[in-house]
Design a protein around this ligand. Structure first.
Ligand SMILES: N[C@@H](CCC(=O)N[C@@H](CS)C(=O)NCC(=O)O)C(=O)O
Length: 193
């Protein structure tokens, strides 16, 4: 089996999907978390795009997730669409992380809570409704790659909004109660983000 090394910060962020995929697939990997304040002076310089997450396979880079994707091209396209929608939650959040100005941070939270998160929830509930009337999953009849993004990206910023979207909220609960997912949530290091 190849040797996997996932490099990221000690937070969930953009690496959590991959960590959960490894867990679901039962793969051994090195969950390398940068904790020592050496990002700018050391690790950043070693990363091909000067950002993380980066997954090394036997020292080489993997550019795409290889499991839990769709079974058909159409399913893959739908999963891509769901993941793109989820990505829209990252704009203000990214700005929030990159500033220490309290006013700017407050403005980011406002945009996130009142504009971005509601739009994302509406769009996700619409996409969800296109499969099995919204009472199942986005594609097929089980979890796959997309779900991890929104289930594990911080419910902290959409928790109070989510209640307005019953089908989406029920999907969160379905995913969270998946045996493997809950196993990982219990097992992972506790981090603020
Ligand atoms: N498009 C990239 C974005 C990666 C990205 O924004 N990474 C952030 C952490 S979430 C990062 O490395 N920030 C540190 C830096 O840019 O110096 C991806 O999806 O992997």
């Amino acid at each position: 089996m190849p040797k996997y090394k996932l490099v990221y910060f000690n937070s969930k962020g953009r690496a959590e999907v991959t960590r959960l995929l490894f867990h679901l697939g039962g793969y051994d990997y090195e969950d390398f978390r940068i904790r020592d304040g050496q990002w700018n002076t050391k690790y950043k310089l070693e990363m091909p795009c000067k950002q993380v997450p980066v997954l090394f396979i036997d020292g080489q880079l993997l550019t795409h997730y290889q499991s839990l994707y769709g079974q058909t091209n159409l399913q893959c396209a739908r999963i891509d669409a769901v993941m793109d929608v989820c990505n829209d939650l990252r704009y203000s959040l990214g700005k929030w992380f990159s500033t220490e100005d309290p006013e700017e941070q407050e403005s980011c939270v406002r945009v996130l809570k009142h504009e971005e998160a509601p739009t994302v929830c509406i769009n996700l509930e619409t996409l969800l409704g296109q499969n099995n009337g919204g009472d199942g999953y986005f594609v097929g009849d089980t979890i796959c790659l997309y779900f991890v993004i929104f289930n594990l990206s911080e419910p902290l910023y959409i928790d109070d909004i989510l209640g307005k979207y019953p089908k989406l909220s029920a999907l969160f609960d379905r995913v969270a109660s998946n045996e493997k997912v809950s196993e990982w949530v219990k097992k992972r290091p506790v981090t603020k983000y």
